[in-house]
Design a protein around this ligand. Structure first.
Ligand code: UDX
Ligand code: UDX
Length: 456
């Protein structure tokens, strides 16, 4: 039996520890966070994050071998394994501003661990996505004091995607564990692997060096995002040439060498990871004297921003180049379906641009309105947040679909058409709706990467 501690009860730390606790009942798992409100919600049935299936997993293990609290010092004292999943945002000041990772929370956590650890051997697991060689910095801090503890730093990046976290954790493609390439380092990596072996088949437990593990996480996110930017760039070409992006995606995705996933054209990718991790990767390449490689990856982010802007420009252009006083209703604000998370959602720049044109913006989202309010609180202009979708579309000149919530496919669009201003427009930023049917109802329909269906 081990005492496991996790520092940071966010989108990564919370679900991952709940899953380990559920599957490893012999270990005691304590999850700590400086945010009191978050911890209170982890201890209630109103969890701080919306994630299908999460509540059931938490309920099974909570107060049995899974505990949430704010005090970090006492559980550190007798911890055998410490997962660190504090956030590592993009640095917004000084050297590397806008690109490098801000490691201040990470370093603070390392020092806290050093100050409080008492066990003779402690494994510190990097769960947060970090720039390559952060584990080394962590190890140096941990070795800097007079502590009698011997620390082993292991990298174990998390690959779960939001909205499917429980599914991804239950049945991961692989679990990556990077350890130092010596006997003790390998033993530490195997100890972490043994936790996952409770439910993950042995052949999916991948043991590598620390550096390979850290870099693989950044590269996995960069490659996924690169596929989206590639297909989004082609969606623009489709709109000029009358090719259909859905047909192109299907045709190329059937090539087993390419594969069909992550080829859906969109208003742009969002989420806390893709942009941040590509910028870290690009910064890393710059730092190591590889400007061509840095530019290559930075362009993935460039295309993404361009795609969101293109979506906005299309609305402006089709609204006869004036949005002042017109109502634009957003269907969805979360960066993807099945989550309330809005970090880096393309809805944010879209709203900024619409409000700058003096449009009236009405936002609907089934789970993300609380976050949307915070994201837009400093913007000037007429923006409202509406819980009832039919109320949100009333009087709208155009609808902009941002998030592919299933419920948007099931809306009564005849009813919606009746209450909208005419001519009524739909801009589908996810190719999520039945465009032919909308056109028959009377809408002017603007998909991505397809010929628009226009009455006017
Ligand atoms: C994750 C990963 O850990 C991060 O590396 C990745 O790149 C982004 O996604 P996530 O779980 O989504 O982070 O972040 P967040 O939901 O912000 O959770 C981090 C938590 O750590 C927050 O609840 C924050 O309060 C907590 N924290 C932060 C601490 O407890 N102590 C600190 O010193 C800093
Ligand atoms: C991603 C990675 O998938 C995950 O492995 C990593 O741990 C964290 O970052 P996440 O950001 O939660 O996960 O969601 P993901 O499903 O990858 O979607 C990211 C963004 O890409 C979303 O905005 C999504 O809508 C968009 N996307 C995805 C597309 O635009 N087109 C696609 O074909 C797929």
């Amino acid at each position: 039996m081990s005492n496991i501690l996790c520092i940071g009860a966010g989108y990564v730390g919370g679900p991952t520890m709940a899953m380990i606790a559920k599957n490893c009942p012999e270990h005691k798992i304590t999850v700590v966070d400086i945010n009191e409100d978050r911890i209170a919600r982890w201890n209630s049935d109103d969890l701080p994050i919306f994630e299908p299936g999460l509540l059931e997993v938490v309920q099974e293990a909570r107060d049995r071998n899974l505990f949430f609290q704010t005090d970090v010092a006492s559980p550190t004292t007798d911890a055998d394994i410490i997962f660190v999943s504090v956030n590592t945002p993009t640095k917004m000041f000084g050297e590397g501003a806008g690109k490098a990772a801000d490691l201040q929370y990470w370093e603070k956590t390392a020092r806290e661990i050093l100050a409080n650890c008492r066990k003779p051997n402690v494994i510190v697991v990097e769960k947060s996505t970090l720039p390559v060689r952060t584990a080394e910095a962590m190890a140096r801090i941990l070795e800097s004091g007079n502590s009698s503890t011997q620390f082993f730093v292991v990298s174990n990046p998390e690959f779960l995607a939001e909205g499917t976290a429980i599914e991804d954790l239950s049945n991961p493609d692989r679990v990556l564990i990077g350890g130092e390439q010596n006997e003790q380092g390998r033993k530490a990596a195997e100890t972490v692997a043994a936790l996952y072996a409770h439910w993950v088949p042995q052949e999916r437990l991948l043991l590598t060096s620390v550096w390979s593990s850290e870099l693989s996480k950044l590269v996995a996110n960069a490659m996924l995002a690169q596929r989206i930017s590639s297909i989004n760039s082609i969606s623009a070409l489709c709109e000029r040439t009358e090719a259909d992006i859905a047909e192109v995606s299907k045709a190329i995705g059937m090539d087993t060498r390419i594969g069909s996933k992550f080829l859906e054209a969109s208003i742009g990718f969002g989420g806390s990871c893709f942009r941040k991790d590509i910028l870290h990767l690009s910064y890393l390449c710059e730092y190591y004297g590889l400007p061509e490689v840095a530019d290559y990856w930075a362009s993935v982010v460039g295309i993404n921003e361009w795609q969101t802007d293109r979506f906005f420009q299309n609305i402006l252009h089709e609204q006869f180049n004036t949005l002042a006083g017109k109502t634009i209703s957003l269907l969805g604000f979360a960066f993807k379906q099945d989550t309330g998370d809005t970090r880096d959602s393309p809805a944010i720049p879209l709203c900024e641009k619409l409000l700058a044109e003096h449009a009236k913006v009405k936002v609907h989202d089934p789970k993300a309105l609380e976050n949307a309010r915070l994201d837009l609180k400093d913007l000037e202009g007429d923006v409202s947040f509406v819980e009832d979708v039919y109320e949100a579309v009333e009087g709208a000149h155009a609808l902009a679909l941002v998030t592919q919530w299933q419920e948007y496919r099931e809306l009564d669009f005849e009813r919606i058409f009746q209450v909208m201003a005419k001519p009524a427009f739909i801009f589908d930023g996810r190719n999520h709706l039945d465009h032919e049917k909308l056109f028959e109802i009377g809408f002017n329909v603007f998909p991505l990467g397809k010929v628009p269906l226009k009455h006017v």
